[in-house]
Design a protein around this ligand. Structure first.
Ligand SMILES: [Zn+2]
Length: 185
């Protein structure tokens, strides 16, 4: 059980510190790398199982929350850890799953279907229609926003609850997808 008295006191201190000026925001960003495999439906080249060294540039804008930070840089880094060195599958690719294995199918450009069975522990399944850079950056923005809500949302109040997250995800150095959004945490 948290000590609400202490939180109230801290909250007031944080409020004073947050009053940087109307319309002013702090912006922090961090670049993180992760390696992952994926495979896309209806694609020739990307329809073969392969991987990328993804580079994610993550930017968070908002007010100062704890200890004079917008968000702890280590917590930003942790966002990609669950994806690192995994095969990322879209939910609709997965046909069956048990404790040890995942069986998934990929549709070729000629509509023929390829079937794979891989160890369960190697796989991360996302509720996305495809594991493209666009949808991966979208996934990471929501993960970051959820992190802000879970960790900090309960003890900051209006008008300091507005945060924006922007993530540019490089699949290759010349192929970048960006997704951004703002929410009240
Ligand atoms: Zn790819």
């Amino acid at each position: 059980m948290e000590n609400t008295e202490i939180y109230t006191e801290n909250n007031e201190i944080e409020m004073e510190r947050n009053l940087a000026g109307e319309g002013m925001l702090h912006i922090v960003s961090k670049t993180v790398w992760f390696s992952a495999a994926h495979i896309l439906n209806y694609e020739e080249k990307c329809g073969r199982l392969h991987g990328h060294n993804y580079k994610a540039h993550i930017q968070v804008s908002g007010n100062l929350i704890v200890g004079g930070m917008v968000i702890n840089f280590d917590e930003i880094s942790n966002l990609v850890k669950e994806l690192d060195h995994h095969l990322i599958l879209a939910k609709n690719q997965v046909k069956s799953m048990d404790e040890d294995t995942v069986t998934f199918e990929v549709i070729k450009p000629n509509k023929k279907v390829k079937k794979y069975t891989v160890p369960r522990e190697d796989v991360i399944i996302l509720n996305k229609v495809a594991i493209t850079a666009e949808l991966l950056s979208e996934y990471l923005v929501y993960q970051c926003m959820n992190l802000l809500k879970d960790r900090y949302g309960h003890y900051i109040s209006e008008p300091f609850k507005h945060y924006a997250v922007e993530i540019s995800l490089e699949e290759t150095p010349s192929s970048v997808a960006t997704f951004a959004g703002s929410e009240v945490i």
